[in-house]
Design a binder for this molecule. Structure first.
Ligand code: ATP
Ligand code: MG
Length: 260
């Protein structure tokens, strides 16, 4: 069965893209078949995974507008270990065109359906906004992963995000569930980070991953080499943390299958 995970937080720069690329690579290293879906016009996941966003023949713009099929848009990235549905600035035009379009919230869900069976996991990177692109990701997904940078304003936008998730659950996608909250760029020597981390655990308990992603310069360097950290420096703390996250996610999955 394919598990589709939207990685989202409308706050900018919290580690969504870093999580998408490195979780995709880590699941692939666990012999899972993975599709990374870039739904951000910034195209950071596309570049981080090793594709050249300026020379793409087709992107998720064509996919969402019904001008191309996922099977034609996807790129195989053997070095990264997964496939990619890429994006670049063209996606901004889709955002505008979709505002008035029929079935505008289901475009990605419908486009993914024919290829979903080729994968164990699809990981969707979202833009830093609660816009139609993010809503498409939430409608297509069965799980939401929320990266959170543990700083003072971290919890502020969370209510709006949880409301959006609830609205999608009540309308287009009742099966949507929260996969987990992930503490990113975590510095255990920082008191505030520890306080916010503890607050998250108090509110969300089991939904917070036990794995924390540390601040690690290799994670920040890897995208400029077009490689996940696992390929750029597999012994770095960042690469190891994302492998631990993949293990935790797979372990939780086995547990929920056993309980079902
Ligand atoms: P946006 O909202 O713009 O899409 P984002 O939520 O996708 O941002 P990233 O692009 O993943 O966030 O991360 C923001 C910046 O922080 C990037 O420069 C990235 O390389 C860096 N970064 C992310 N995670 C870490 C980490 N654990 N350690 C060090 N640097 C990190
Ligand atoms: Mg991003």
């Amino acid at each position: 069965m394919t598990r589709i995970i939207a990685v989202t937080n409308q706050k900018g720069g919290v580690g969504k893209t870093t999580t998408c690329v490195n979780l995709a690579a880590s699941l692939a290293a666990n012999r899972r078949r993975v599709l990374l879906v870039d739904m951000d016009p910034q195209g950071n996941a596309t570049v981080g995974a090793g594709a050249d966003k300026e020379t793409l023949e087709a992107t998720n713009y064509e996919l969402l507008m019904g001008l191309a099929d996922a099977a034609d848009v996807r790129l195989a990235l053997p070095e990264a270990g997964f496939d990619l549905l890429p994006a670049n600035g063209d996606l901004t035009a889709a955002e505008v065109a979709l505002l008035e379009a029929e079935g505008r919230e289901r475009r990605l869900a419908d486009a993914l359906a024919p290829v979903a069976g080729d994968y164990d996991y699809a990981i969707i990177d979202c833009p830093p906004a609660l816009n139609i692109l993010t809503v498409n990701a939430l409608v297509a997904a069965d799980r939401v992963l929320i990266p959170i940078q543990c700083e003072y304003y971290a919890l502020e936008g969370l209510t709006a995000l949880l409301n959006t998730i609830r609205r999608v659950q009540q309308s287009a996608n009742p099966a949507l569930q929260i996969e987990g909250l992930l503490r990113t760029m975590f510095d255990p020597r920082n008191n505030l980070a520890n306080q916010v981390g503890a607050q998250l655990l108090a509110h969300f308990d089991e939904q917070v991953y036990r794995t924390q992603i540390p601040r690690n310069v290799r994670l920040a360097e890897a995208p400029s080499h077009g490689r996940p950290a696992l390929q750029y420096d597999r012994s770095s703390r960042g690469a190891i943390a994302y492998m631990a996250l993949a293990s935790e996610l797979l372990r939780r999955e086995r547990r929920s299958v056993a309980e079902a």
